[in-house]
Write a protein that binds this ligand. Sequence first.
Ligand SMILES: Cc1cc2nc3c(=O)[nH]c(=O)nc-3n(C[C@H](O)[C@H](O)[C@H](O)COP(=O)(O)OP(=O)(O)OC[C@H]3O[C@@H](n4cnc5c(N)ncnc54)[C@H](O)[C@@H]3O)c2cc1C
Length: 407
Amino acid sequence: MAIFGAVPIPNHPPERSPAYRKLTRQVLRRKLWLFGIMNQAKIVQILGFLAKWALKLRFPVRGIIRATVFKEFCGGESLQKSLPKIEQLHRLGIGSIPDYSVEGLNSEELMDETLVRLQEALTFTANHPETPLFVFKVTGLIHSNLLEARGNQTLTDPIQLQSYQRGQDRVTTLLRMASQLQCPVMIDAEESWLQDPIDQIALEASMEFNRSKAIVIQTLQMYRHDRLDYLRHCLKHAEEAGYIPGFKVVRGAYMEKERDRAGLMGYTDPIQPDKSATDRDTHSAIHILLQHPRAFICLGTHNRSSCVWATELMNQFNIATNSDRIIFAQLLGMSDSLSVELADAGYMVAKYLPFGPVDKVLPYLLRRASENSSAAGELSREYALLLAEQTHRRQESSVANRTSSAA
Ligand SMILES: Cc1cc2nc3c(=O)[nH]c(=O)nc-3n(C[C@H](O)[C@H](O)[C@H](O)COP(=O)(O)OP(=O)(O)OC[C@H]3O[C@@H](n4cnc5c(N)ncnc54)[C@H](O)[C@@H]3O)c2cc1C
């Protein structure tokens, strides 16, 4: 039994989530209404389709989106406007990870502009203790077609090579700034056909900037069957080159897309054969990284069992609960019960805090909504907890009513 190690969180979640116990009646009602709608896949599909067209045709629907899904899953239209949410999370012992969620950019000018927005957000992150980490997607700075061509070694056209170099310079500029500010930055993992050059950039930047602290944190998608070997390769590289490795461990977000493409193009599916293989490798990666003496690890998951497993290992390896090299992370508006439970137990926890103009973050919001509408989705679990909170309150108030009328 460990003496200094973390105290693991229990195997079963509390019946009544502390995250929802503190909600005002109005906020609880809003959440129940929203999550109730999103729990129905067909309605989500139809509303998503309508929202996209309404914005394209300039119908005045921004206000409705802003007051509903945007309010639930995003910080605000800018980081400054996200401050109330950042402070609200901070009061619960939860950090925020600013995530500029503008997607699908395809011109040099828009990518140059994205770099400026990311630099502003990085400066904000470095200057606020409530925001312990920063995150970005390489496809916001290098066009995905160029990344794909680079990955399969078909990037030979001089103009395309020049564009790729310009994109890579944008990424390096951001990471160099992070190093100057000593602000850790996570690089999101994307589709497998884009990932090799992203990994290459991350590895080279880690070697350059992770000298006294993990500034560059790369992402491992454990639904890929080659990632454990890749992790071992990276750790060996870090040891030989003498830098501190940093990883975000996730299961992976593009499973259907990956399987469809592999099937269509006739190459070996990069995804694990089943969910249990993904779970096994996720847990092996956590085990390897927690055993490492210096590695930084961000565990990006809504899966409670994986968090329980990690806290049990922290206990076994005598790692302190509030160790600053281990952070648990969830997305804003998702698994709030888990985030609060971990924070209450003293673990480092942070939420991805998406921000940006309403119409620009719509693709992100639609992904969250449809992810949540699947039967096995996190939202079903959260919805059940919200309903349980409502039932508790109703029971409490009917007991109170009976007591007062008896008196
Ligand atoms: C803070 C944070 C950061 C994230 N960053 C990234 C990122 O950079 N890149 C990225 O791709 N995703 C990212 N994600 C999303 C993540 O990869 C998962 O899609 C999502 O969190 C669901 O997985 P889970 O561990 O929470 O829970 P679970 O519900 O336990 O797992 C669901 C996941 O298991 C895997 N899975 C399901 N069925 C099967 C099957 N039949 N065979 C094999 N595998 C299966 C899939 O990956 C699926 O998403 C991030 C998530 C969080 C919370």
